[in-house]
Design a protein around this ligand. Structure first.
Ligand code: UDX
Ligand code: UDX
Ligand code: ADP
Length: 470
């Protein structure tokens, strides 16, 4: 293994690999960073003026380093060969087939990346799992690597989970709360940990780099996401009590969060959490518990997902009830399709499920989202698991990127599913004029000024509070 890290290869140019490597290239001008992917289309996009991921600040960093020490290509073998450190940042979806269906992570892509490395590498490498993987994945990766290993070539596998959140990826990467590196408890393992640490120390203080064994690192990532999701399900469960009792979830969140042992972050009641990580990682944890015969623990975490599903259904039921128990052929404006603001990512977005239930009720939907494109929306709604007939989606759904008045014209209701900032500053008096009466607003993100909307004549309902309508 070479002494100084000069070359990093990242397999997988997605939401994790792309931003992470852009920041490494930006902060480590002495290191050449190659991001490779099987998809020529994705790589072409990274090399164009219009990079494939929307993330505040990302484009600027990519433009500054691209062609200097940041390169995007499909030359997987060549870039692996040159690298001292190889990041595996491929997708790890939940299995849709066979053993562990719906719960276990699908390691097909990780396995194929590992096999490529063992086939191609002629010199020793440090291999880093960046994608969220199940506990003990490092062990499986080592076994796969060994299958083709050449004499004199050594592999050290590290776990270095990424904690960035979408929409704030660049600032999370530039100012991380901590960096977690897990490795083998041997001299070589510790040496590999130090090499990766040195990369981060170009911009991160050594004191926030936590080093552990591989299992602790892998489990910490799953547990961190599970606990974040658990906070949201906890506050959402309280929001149901608020709606029935007359308490106000925003006041309750504030009062709870003021306890320094609890903290104020991640207590926003909502229509439900989405994103590619939370549900997947909890399923991952549940699957692990089941395999370890820890049924009570598995049941505990299952409840986080059940409450999240319940919250989405509860919200839709509220909408249907307020619209006099029928949505058939009513036009409904859906504000937001992305799973959170400041991203175009729609994976597991609560909005998808809200749309699905409303389409089942016969509604026509005008979806408004500044960053989601039509193909992406169609891709989500035509997911076979939703069981929506394709002609229904094609005929009953329209997408608008910014024309809020057209999106709301003649609609009976407006439903906020994503907390985009620009939704707050619309001219709701004008929106009221173009809508059918009575005009309803359902605020699933608690971002609007409800008193003001009611003064314009809207019938307003929101998560976690009872609004006075007379
Ligand atoms: C608790 C609340 O903290 C307090 O705000 C409220 O007013 C009353 O209830 P108390 O029961 O006195 O206070 O003690 P606390 O420090 O919360 O501990 C409760 C239990 O949890 C103890 O058995 C403690 O040992 C245990 N605990 C606490 C843990 O097992 N792990 C922890 O990290 C913290
Ligand atoms: C998450 C973790 O935050 C990150 O550390 C990890 O690396 C990947 O998974 P991400 O899924 O990108 O990041 O976004 P996050 O900000 O965690 O939001 C997840 C979902 O929870 C979103 O749908 C968001 O709207 C929702 N949410 C978040 C709430 O409903 N209420 C809150 O208080 C916070
Ligand atoms: P994440 O959110 O975890 O970053 P993405 O789906 O955004 O996941 O990105 C994963 C990327 O990994 C995709 O662009 C996919 O084409 C790429 N990929 C998957 N398997 C391989 C492989 N064996 N070699 C190279 N790239 C791969």
């Amino acid at each position: 293994l070479s002494k100084n890290i000069q070359n990093i290869c990242c397999i997988g140019a997605g939401y994790v690999g792309g931003p992470t490597c852009a920041v490494i290239a930006y902060k480590c001008p002495d290191i050449q960073v190659n991001v490779v992917d099987l998809s020529q289309e994705r790589i072409n996009a990274w090399n164009s003026d219009n990079i494939p991921i929307y993330e505040p600040g990302l484009s600027e960093i990519v433009m500054e380093r691209r062609g200097k020490n940041l390169h995007f290509s499909t030359k997987i073998d060549e870039c692996i060969e040159k690298a001292d450190i190889i990041f595996i940042s491929v997708n790890t979806p939940t299995k849709t087939y066979g053993v562990g269906l719906g719960r276990a992570p699908d390691l097909t892509y990780v396995e194929s990346a590992a096999r490529t490395i063992s086939k191609v590498a002629k010199t020793s490498k440090i291999i880093v799992e960046k994608s969220t993987v199940p506990v003990k994945a490092a062990e499986s990766i080592i076994n796969m690597l060994k299958s083709n290993q050449k004499p004199d070539v050594e592999f050290q596998v590290l776990s270095n989970p990424e904690f960035l959140a979408e929409g704030t990826a660049i600032s999370d990467l530039l100012n991380p709360d901590r960096i977690l590196i897990g490795g083998e408890d041997t001299d070589k393992g510790q040496w590999a940990i130090e090499q990766l640490s040195k990369v981060y120390q170009h911009w991160v203080d050594r004191s926030i780099i936590i080093t552990t064994n591989t299992w602790s690192s892998e489990l910490s990532k799953l547990a961190a996401n599970a606990m974040l999701a658990q906070r949201i399900s906890s506050i959402n469960s309280i929001s149901a009590i608020c709606e029935s009792s007359g308490a106000d979830i925003q006041h309750v969140s504030k009062a709870i969060g003021a306890d320094s042992r609890i903290g104020s972050k991640f207590l926003q009641a909502s229509v439900g959490f989405g994103g590619s990580c939370f549900q997947k990682d909890i399923n991952n944890l549940i699957y692990l518990c089941e395999n370890l015969n820890l049924k009570e623990v598995a049941d505990y975490w299952s409840q986080v997902i059940l409450i999240n599903d319940y919250q989405k259904k509860r919200f839709v039921n509220k909408i249907i009830k307020s619209l006099f128990n029928t949505c058939t052929n009513k036009k409904i404006a859906i504000f937001g399709f992305a799973f959170k603001k400041n991203t175009g990512d729609t994976r597991e977005s609560a909005s998808i499920h809200i749309c699905k239930y409303l389409l089942d009720e016969g509604a026509n939907l005008n979806i408004l989202d500044p960053k989601v494109d039509y193909d992406q929306m169609m891709f989500e709604l035509s997911n076979p698991q939703l069981n929506l007939p394709i002609d229904v989606i094609k005929n009953k759904v329209q997408l608008f990127s910014d024309d809020v008045i057209e999106a709301c014209r003649n609609s009976h209701a407006l439903v906020v599913c994503t907390e985009w900032d620009n939704f707050k500053s619309y001219d709701y008096e004008k929106i009221y004029e173009v809508m059918q009466k009575p005009a309803h607003i359902f605020d699933g993100r608690l971002i609007l000024d409800h008193e003001r909307l009611m003064s314009y004549g809207f019938h307003v309902e929101a998560i976690g509070k009872r609004l006075n309508h007379d």
